[in-house]
Every structure is written in C-alpha cells, then in structure tokens.
Design a protein. Structure first.
Length: 234
C-alpha cells in the first residue's frame, strides 16, 4: 500500500488565509471564492490544452476577485498573497496521524498540483517533510490532478501498480480523479464537505486524517517494507 496525500486543505489549514483575504476584500467568504476561482482557471487550462500552473491560476484568481469588487490591485499584490501559501500550518491532528503511518512502515508520498518548489516549502514550514518518502508535483508533467497522468506518475516512479495506491484528499474532484485512474481513495470531509455522488465512491470517508489513518491501518495489518521510492518527477 502506498499512501499519496494531497496537501492543501487535506493536510494544511487554508483558513489561516481568511484574515489576510478579509483585510483586502472585506469579506469572510473571499478566500473560499478565490480558491474556487483558482481551481476553475487551472482546470480550464487543462481541458483546453493551454496549461496553467497552480501559481499562475492563484494570481489570476486574486486579480479577478479584485476586479469584481472594483479594487485596483496589481500582480505584486497577488504575488504577496499567493506567497502566503508556503506558510500554512497543518491541521492539528496531521503530524500525529502521519507519524502513525510512518511507524507502520507505510510508504507515504505527497501528490500536489502546486509546483515542486511550493510543495517542498509548504511541507518544510509545517514541519511535515520528514514523514514523506517522496514529494511529487503534477506540475512537473504539466497535467494537474484530476488528470489520470498525475496519479499514474506516482505509480511509475515507485514501480507500483495503480491498485497499490491510496489517494487521500479533502477534495471530491481529486478523489474522483484517483478512482477513475484505478487507485483506491479516502475522503477527508473537512468543513462539512462531501464526496461527489457521481461515479465510484471512496472506500473511506472520515472527518479528519486521524480517522482516515485508523481505517487505512486496519486494511494493512502487517508492517510493510516501503517501496524504493526513486526520485520525484521533475
């Protein structure tokens, strides 16, 4: 079993950005609106064949939000806000949950849409990098999750089959993408989120990572020897 963990919202608490967004936009919902707009821009880029990185999408979404409110903000303002993504705390239960997985001998990797540099910085800041055997960015192949190639990249790098991989994420689109690609999946239902009712369903749905890990370890009763993880795709 290989556990591939999403980063933003799954491990890291984006609510740390709520106050900075409130200061700029005067709205309690601004950060969520920004993140939703960012996802739309990155997905449109993938669907149209005009690749847009997560960083580019985040900056553009910030400026779109500003334009809607008639605010005269610049790319420098967008860069300053987006840079905060590298300085997010983890959700409270995450370090202990990852430690339990590590102690069980499970192979643990990060699989994110953010650039390699951003993901590494995020994990370092949150004090989580030590728990991961490898860190993978779908940006390295210019095919972001939920494209099948993003999940296949993990299997290829680890010399594993898609059936060996469990994707753990707090986003229904990520879980759906992993299931469609042939992985198993666990959904972390943070902030009242729910899986999509369409298509295959995740085998595990839990309110936090601790519950997910508890269920995963039930499915892995014996300690595994980690896969040789190779090097992250660049």
């Amino acid at each position: 079993m290989i556990i591939a963990l999403d980063i933003n919202e799954t491990l890291l608490d984006l609510s740390a950005l709520d106050e900075p967004f409130r200061e700029v936009f005067g709205s309690d919902s601004a950060r969520r609106a920004w993140f939703t707009q960012m996802l739309q821009l990155s997905f449109v880029g993938g669907l149209t064949g005009a690749y847009v990185s997560f960083t580019e999408a985040q900056e553009a979404a910030f400026l779109m939000l500003a334009s809607r409110q008639g605010l005269d903000l610049t790319f420098a303002d967008a860069d300053a806000m987006v840079d905060r993504m590298t300085r997010l705390p983890s959700h409270p239960e995450v370090p202990a949950a990852l430690r339990r997985l590590k102690q069980a001998g499970t192979t643990i990797v990060a699989l994110a849409n953010s650039t390699q540099q951003v993901v590494e910085a995020q994990l370092d800041f949150a004090g989580l990098r030590q728990y991961f055997d490898a860190v993978y960015s779908a940006d390295s192949i210019r095919q972001l999750k939920p494209a099948p190639a993003a999940y296949a990249m993990v299997a290829k790098n680890l010399g594993a089959s898609m059936a060996d991989i469990w994707l753990v994420a707090a986003h229904s689109w990520d879980v759906s993408g992993a299931l469609a690609a042939g992985c198993s999946a666990a959904f972390v239902a943070r902030s009242g989120e729910v899986p999509s009712p369409l298509g295959p369903q995740p085998a595990i749905v839990a309110t936090d990572l601790d519950e997910v890990v508890r269920e995963l370890l039930i499915r892995t009763p014996t300690t595994e020897a980690p896969f040789g993880h190779g090097s992250p795709a660049r």
